[in-house]
Ligand binder design. Structure first.
Ligand SMILES: [Zn+2]
Length: 202
């Protein structure tokens, strides 16, 4: 039996190619042995469409209904269902603080601060992007992590700041996203190679 993370207490069982798969909510982890036996009984009865033994179902309901587990379920539901706040301040890095630091170091403090936000999803394919329509720089939440060195976050933000400074040019029909001037200025970032290397392995 494995414990799976469910927002609500929800146990399932199914038979696949002769193997029995049971999913039991992790809220029941640490439940006393008799309760786990009751769950197993209930799941098996459901699987084989047999009546559920009343004593077993009563024991299970008694446990689920007990004060502790309902409170725990509510708490876990709150934590898991919590809306990710669209914000510059992550758990580990504050994009506004990094922006101002980069602004001072590379732009003489002259760049107007756009909206800065960590992405809602943990997008790995998109490190960051600048959305000119909303004047917003979005950085993938994947990088708001203690294992990610600060210079990596700095580089992603710096790159997007350069997009602000060097708007996309149309050269004939071709869009030039990273112009010569853009790339030359990007080279001013002191850990450029290391940052690019790190981003390949993250
Ligand atoms: Zn770019």
């Amino acid at each position: 039996m494995r414990f799976y993370s469910f927002v609500s207490i929800n146990n399932t069982i199914r038979l696949r190619q002769g193997e029995l798969y049971a999913r039991v909510s992790d809220l029941l982890e640490g439940a006393p042995e008799p309760v786990l036996h009751s769950i197993a009984h209930i799941l098996l009865a459901k699987l084989y469409r047999k009546p559920v033994d009343r004593a077993q179902s009563a024991r299970y309901r008694r446990y689920i209904g007990s004060h502790d587990i309902t409170a725990k379920a509510r708490l876990v539901r709150q934590m898991r269902g919590r809306k990710q706040i669209h914000s510059a301040r992550g758990h580990h890095y504050d994009l506004e603080e990094i922006f101002e630091d980069l602004n001072r170091r590379f732009f003489h403090g002259l760049m107007g601060r756009p909206q800065l936000t960590w992405s809602l999803a943990r997008a790995r394919n998109r490190l960051g992007h600048y959305d000119p329509a909303h004047n917003t720089i979005v950085v993938s939440r994947v990088f708001d992590h203690p294992r990610v060195p600060r210079f990596v976050v700095e580089y992603i933000l710096f790159h997007e700041m350069l997009h602000l400074k060097h708007p996309v040019k149309l050269r004939g029909t071709r869009r030039c996203v990273h112009s010569k001037e853009f790339l030359a200025e990007e080279k001013l970032f002191p850990n450029l190679d290391q940052a690019k290397q790190a981003l390949n392995v993250i």
